[in-house]
Design a protein around this ligand. Structure first.
Ligand code: NAD
Length: 331
């Protein structure tokens, strides 16, 4: 099986490529990645000389390049992991988000249609559903109600996918996962930001009162779900992915400090993020029942291992932290 994975130099993409090469010996993977600030080939140093792996630097919104690649290699499947992924950056400037998360999806869909790609997986997010206020969870039938530019562009991509399924019968599936954590996540994101700040004795600024709730899943559990959807998902379906692990941001930051043996005094509170979603919670019954998926990494083990990974891999994040760190001011 020849598979095109886009965005493979990012957090989830690199973990996914490592997973697929490990569990599918006959799979060949082409990684198409633009190498934005979030892409880092060091994430894949352990697979770069695997003969089943190929890297192409390029933009998913570049129709000429994408058509040439898909036409040349006749991929059996495309897994679109490439995205602009950071909410705060989308609030500062949404232009790249529209280009990659909407235009890029459109280019990939056209190429998939033109060259008869037989499976297309769009990696989306719980944020397309907006926010929860009561005790309910998001199901695949929840309306799309994005509240920030990042989420809106991801919802736009999802709607394009839906239209290609309905209009052209493209065998595409959408996955919507909750917040991921684990190794190789850019230090702009909540957990690595808290850990890397704490490792340097810096303050941990938390948005608002810190009571906003996120539903956390270890990236390897997400990758196993993507693998299942790629191989066994039903075309046209949407699959929510989540580990039933809702944690308030302030609780999470305190847990991190406790594990690291540091004082809660490092926490400061900042003005809230505009349009800040209150709570995410995913109902993943469909993928659990129909594809037999379930998370395997406990929150306790996953969080400890993740803190240890950032502690042991300072060389991986320190340069990024020092060079491009405006996002340090908010968690
Ligand atoms: P990331 O920012 O770590 O990685 C994104 C990758 O895409 C980078 O390697 C970047 O270089 C590449 N990229 C960006 N624009 C590109 C373009 N135009 N063409 C080719 N490559 C491009 O993101 P991530 O956290 O790994 O997220 C990956 C996907 O998973 C996103 O679609 C995101 O919406 C989704 N998702 C993420 C989470 C999470 O918690 N991180 C949760 C649910 C869903």
């Amino acid at each position: 099986m020849d598979v095109l994975v886009t965005g493979g130099a990012g957090f989830i993409g690199s973990n996914l490529i490592r997973h697929l090469l490990r569990f599918h010996p006959s799979m060949r993977i082409t990684n198409l990645d633009k190498l934005t600030y979030a892409g880092n080939l060091a994430n894949l140093v352990d697979v770069k000389s695997d003969p089943r792996y190929r890297f192409v630097r390029g933009d998913i919104a570049d129709a000429e390049l994408v058509n040439q690649l898909v036409g040349q290699y006749r991929f059996a499947a495309i897994v679109n992991v490439a995205a602009e992924s950071h909410v705060d950056r989308s609030i500062a400037d949404a232009e790249d988000f529209v280009r990659t998360n909407v235009q890029g999806v459109s280019v990939l869909l056209e190429a998939a249609r033109r060259f008869g790609v037989s499976r297309f997986v769009q990696v989306s997010t719980d944020e397309v559903y907006g926010t929860l206020s009561g005790r309910e969870k998001f199901s695949e039938l929840s309306p799309l109600a994005p509240n920030n530019p990042y989420a809106a562009t991801k919802a736009g991509g999802d709607l394009l996918i839906r239209s290609y399924v309905r209009t052209y019968g493209l065998p595409a599936m959408i996955t919507r996962c909750s917040n991921n954590y684990g190794p190789y996540q850019h230090p702009e994101k909540l957990i690595p930001k808290a850990v890397t700040s704490a490792l340097q004795g810096q303050r941990l600024p938390v948005y608002g009162d810190g009571k906003n709730i996120r539903d956390w899943i270890h990236v390897t559990d997400h990758c196993r779900a993507l693998d299942l959807v790629l191989h066994q998902g039903v075309p046209g379906e949407v699959y929510n992915i989540g580990a039933d692990n809702e944690v308030a941001n302030i609780t999470l930051v305190k847990e991190i400090l406790d594990i690291m043996g540091l004082s809660h005094d490092l926490i400061t509170f900042t003005a809230d993020r505009p349009g800040h979603d209150w709570r995410y919670g995913m109902d993943a019954t469909r993928i659990r029942r129909r594809l037999g998926w379930k998370p395997q990494v406990s929150w306790e083990d996953g969080l400890r291992q993740t803190i240890q990974w950032y502690t042991d891999n300072r060389h991986w994040w320190q340069k990024t932290f020092d060079s491009d760190n405006w996002w340090r001011d908010c968690l």
